[in-house]
Design a protein around this ligand. Structure first.
Ligand SMILES: Nc1ncnc2c1ncn2[C@@H]1O[C@H](COP(=O)(O)OP(=O)(O)OP(=O)(O)O)[C@@H](O)[C@H]1O
Length: 630
C-alpha cells in the first residue's frame, strides 16, 4: 500500500471534525425579552415606535419630514374627494336617461375623481422622494452612533459576557433603519386612506365597517404573531450569527490566507461556516410550521368575515335597502378600505417588527452609555514627572483570579522600565492599568499625584504612546498610519523623522506613491508591507507622538536584528524626556532598562537592574539561561 493510499484510507475513516460550540447564556441574556409579553402590549408599542421614528427623522431632516406630512394630508384629502366624487358620479351613471346626458351630468364628478387620483399619485411620488432623503442620513446617523458608542465604552466592557452579542443584535437595528421610514410612511398613508374610506363606507351603511374590520383584523394579529416568531428566531441565532460573521472575515481575509492554506484549514473552516449556517437554518425551519398555522388560521377567519361583508352588501342591494348607485359606491369603498386596511396591517406589522430591533439597538446604546467612562474632570499636564502604582489589583470580569494582584511601583521621568515574566503573568494588563485603559479594582494609579479614577481619560491618552503586542494594520495611507491620533499637519518633516527613527525611509521610498501609498493590498492600487515593516510602522506611530509615557509591548518581535537594534537605540536616545516602559520576552533587550520588574501570577516577584537580576538566581536568571540554551 502506498502512503497516498494509506492517507486516503485514514481520511475515509477519520471521524468528522467536531461541530462548532453552541453558546448558551445563563445570565440575563438567556431569556428572550418578548417571551412573556402579551399581544396587546406588543400592538400597543406601534404608536410609540412611530413617535420615535418621527423624532429621529425630524432630527435628521426637518424639511423632508414637513414634506412627508404635507404629502400625508394631500393623500387623505385626495382619498376623501375621490370617494365622494365617485359616489356623486355613480348616481347619474346608474340613473335613467340618454347615455350622453348621463355622462355629461357625471362629468364634473369624474373630473374631480381624475384630479384627486392625480394628486394622490403625485403625493405618493413626493413622499417617496422625502423618504429617500431621510433614510440614508438616518441610517448613517444610527450607524455612526453605534460605532461611537462602542468606541467610547470603558475598555473593560469588552470583557463583559454578552457585550459583543448585544452589539450584533443592535446592528440589526441599524439595518432596519433602511426600511423604517418607508414602513412608517406607508403605514400612515394607508391609515389615512383607511379612515377616509371607512368613514365614507360607514355613512353609506353603518354595518359595513365593523364587518370589514373583522375581515382584516385576523391578518393583523397574524402578522404581529409572525413578527414575534421571526424575532424569536433572530434572538436564538444571535451568537451563531456573530461567530459566523467573525469566521467569515477571518477565513476570507487575505491577511490570514497563508495560514489558512498552508495549514490545510480550508475544508474545516468551510465545514464550520456551513455548520453554523445550517444551525441557524434549523432554528428557522423549526419555526416554519408555527408561521404556517398562524397564516392559515388568520386567512380562514379573515376570509369568513370578508364573505360576510360581500354577502351583506349583496343583501342590502337585492332587498332594495340601499339604492343601486349607493351600492356601487359601497363596492368601491369596500375595495378601497380593504386595500388600505391590508396595507395598514402589513406596514403596521413591519413597523412593529422594526420596533423589536430598534429596542435592541436602544438597549445596547443605553447600556454602552452606562459603560462610558465616568471619571473625574482632573486633567494631566505635561511633563509627567511621576507615575505611581499603589497596591493595584485588577480582575477581568468572569475570572476567579486577578490578572494584576497587589502591584506597587514608582516610575519617574527619564526612567526606562522593563517588565518581564512568563505568558499570562499580567504584563500587558499592568500596562493597561498604567495608561488608565482599565481602572484598578483596588489600589490607586496616580500620575503626578492625580488618581486616574478622577482624571478625564482623554487627557491621559493625549500623553501616552503605545505599541501593543497585536497592532492594527490600518487600511490608510502611510502618512496617516503614522500620524493617526494626532492633529492633522501639512508638514511631513516630523513624519519622516519618525520614519527614519525606525529605519523605514528606503522601504517607503520604494512604495509607488511614497507617504501617499495606500496600505491595503485588497484595494486597487494599494500596497502591502512585510510583518516586520508593519511593526516598524507601529513603532513610528508611537514615536511620532513624542508622548510623556511611551509603552512598547514586544515592539520588535517581528524585526530583524538591525531593526531591533535601531529601535532600542532610539528608545535610549529619547528616554530623557519621558517615562518609557518595555515589555519583552527577549531578556537581552532589558539591558537598556534602568529598572526591571519580573511578574508571576499578577505579582512582582523580583526587581532590580539587569546585572543584579542575572546573578540573583531567581526566575529572571532561569528565563535568561533558557533563552541562551540552544
Ligand atoms: N481581555 C481579557 N479578558 C479576560 N481575561 C484576560 C484578558 N486579557 C488577559 N486576560 C487574562 O489575564 C491574565 C494576564 O494576561 P496578560 O495579557 O496581562 O498577560 P501577559 O503577561 O501580557 O501575557 P503574554 O506574555 O502572553 O503577553 C491571563 O490569565 C489572561 O488570560
Amino acid at each position: 500500500m502506498t502512503s497516498a493510499d494509506a492517507d486516503s484510507k485514514q481520511n475515509a475513516t477519520a471521524p468528522p471534525p467536531p461541530p462548532p460550540a453552541e453558546i448558551t447564556y445563563s445570565g440575563p441574556y438567556s431569556v428572550n425579552p418578548l417571551r412573556r409579553v402579551s399581544l396587546r402590549t406588543l400592538a400597543a408599542q406601534i404608536p410609540s415606535v412611530l413617535r420615535r421614528i418621527a423624532r429621529m427623522s425630524w432630527e435628521t431632516d426637518r424639511q423632508a419630514v414637513q414634506l412627508l406630512v404635507a404629502c400625508q394630508v394631500v393623500t387623505g384629502v385626495a382619498a376623501a374627494v375621490l370617494l365622494a366624487a365617485t359616489a356623486r358620479a355613480m348616481q347619474p351613471i346608474l340613473g335613467t336617461g340618454a347615455v350622453g346626458e348621463r355622462l355629461h351630468e357625471a362629468l364634473p364628478a369624474l373630473v374631480a375623481v381624475a384630479v384627486a387620483a392625480a394628486f394622490a399619485r403625485g403625493a405618493a411620488a413626493v413622499a417617496t422622494y422625502a423618504e429617500r432623503r431621510i433614510t440614508p442620513k438616518l441610517t448613517t446617523e444610527t450607524d455612526a452612533a453605534l460605532v461611537e458608542a462602542v468606541c467610547r465604552v470603558e475598555a473593560s466592557a469588552y470583557a463583559v459576557d454578552g457585550f459583543a452579542d448585544r452589539q450584533e443584535a443592535a446592528e440589526m437595528g441599524v439595518i432596519r433603519t433602511h426600511v423604517m421610514v418607508t414602513d412608517a410612511q406607508r403605514f400612515m398613508s394607508a391609515l389615512i386612506r383607511m379612515i377616509t374610506a371607512g368613514s365614507v363606507l360607514s355613512v353609506l351603511n353603518i354595518l359595513m365597517l365593523p364587518l370589514l374590520l373583522l375581515a382584516v383584523l385576523p391578518a393583523g394579529i397574524g402578522a404581529i404573531l409572525t413578527a414575534r416568531v421571526d424575532y424569536e428566531i433572530h434572538y436564538a441565532n444571535i451568537s451563531d450569527r456573530n461567530v459566523r460573521g467573525m469566521m467569515r472575515w477571518w477565513s476570507t481575509s487575505p491577511k490570514y490566507g497563508d495560514e489558512v492554506r498552508a495549514n490545510g484549514m480550508t475544508d474545516y473552516l468551510l465545514f464550520w461556516y456551513r455548520s453554523l449556517s445550517e444551525r441557524c437554518d434549523r432554528r428557522t425551519l423549526a419555526a416554519a410550521p408555527r408561521t404556517l398555522r398562524i397564516a392559515l388560521l388568520s386567512s380562514l377567519v379573515g376570509g369568513v368575515f370578508l364573505v360576510a361583508t360581500w354577502a351583506v352588501l349583496a343583501w342590502l342591494a337585492v332587498t332594495g335597502r340601499v339604492a343601486l348607485a349607493i351600492a356601487a359606491t359601497a363596492v368601491v369603498a369596500v375595495q378601497t378600505t380593504l386595500a388600505a386596511l391590508s396595507q395598514v396591517v402589513i406596514n403596521g406589522a413591519a413597523v412593529f417588527h422594526t420596533s423589536l430591533y430598534l429596542t435592541d439597538m436602544q438597549t445596547f446604546l443605553d447600556d454602552a452609555a452606562e459603560r462610558a467612562p465616568k471619571r473625574g474632570s482632573l486633567t494631566i499636564t505635561a511633563p509627567v514627572e511621576e507615575i505611581r502604582l499603589d497596591e493595584v489589583v485588577y480582575r477581568y470580569p468572569g475570572k476567579d483570579q486577578p490578572a494584576v494582584d497587589g502591584v506597587s511601583l514608582t516610575l519617574r521621568r527619564g526612567q526606562i522600565l522593563a517588565i518581564v515574566g512568563v505568558n499570562g503573568s499580567g504584563k500587558s494588563t499592568l500596562t493597561r492599568l498604567l495608561t488608565g485603559i482599565y481602572l484598578a479594582d483596588k489600589g490607586h494609579v496616580t500620575w503626578n499625584g492625580a488618581d486616574l479614577a478622577d482624571v478625564d481619560p482623554a487627557t491621559v491618552w493625549s500623553s501616552t504612546g503605545l505599541v501593543p503586542q497585536i497592532f492594527a494594520q490600518w487600511p490608510l495611507r502611510v502618512r496617516e498610519n503614522i500620524t493617526l491620533g494626532q492633529p492633522r499637519t501639512d508638514d511631513d518633516g516630523p513624519v519622516w523623522e519618525a520614519v527614519d527613527s525606525v529605519g523605514m525611509r528606503e522601504a517607503i521610498d520604494e512604495l509607488p506613491a511614497g507617504l501617499d501609498t495606500l496600505l491595503a493590498r485588497e484595494i486597487f492600487g494599494g500596497a502591502e508591507l512585510s510583518g516586520g515593516q508593519w511593526q516598524r510602522l507601529a513603532c513610528s506611530r508611537a514615536l511620532y507622538r513624542r508622548p510623556p509615557l511611551l509603552i512598547l509591548d514586544e515592539p520588535t518581535s517581528q524585526m530583524d536584528p538591525r531593526g531591533e537594534h535601531q529601535i532600542f537605540e532610539e528608545i535610549k536616545a529619547i528616554s530623557g524626556d519621558r517615562i518609557t516602559i518595555v515589555v519583552t520576552h527577549r531578556l537581552e533587550n532589558t539591558k537598556v532598562a534602568d529598572h526591571i520588574v519580573v511578574m508571576e501570577q499578577g505579582r512582582i516577584t523580583e526587581q532590580g537592574c539587569y546585572d543584579a537580576l542575572v546573578h540573583a538566581g531567581g526566575i529572571f536568571a532561569e528565563l535568561l539561561e533558557l533563552s541562551q540554551d540552544r
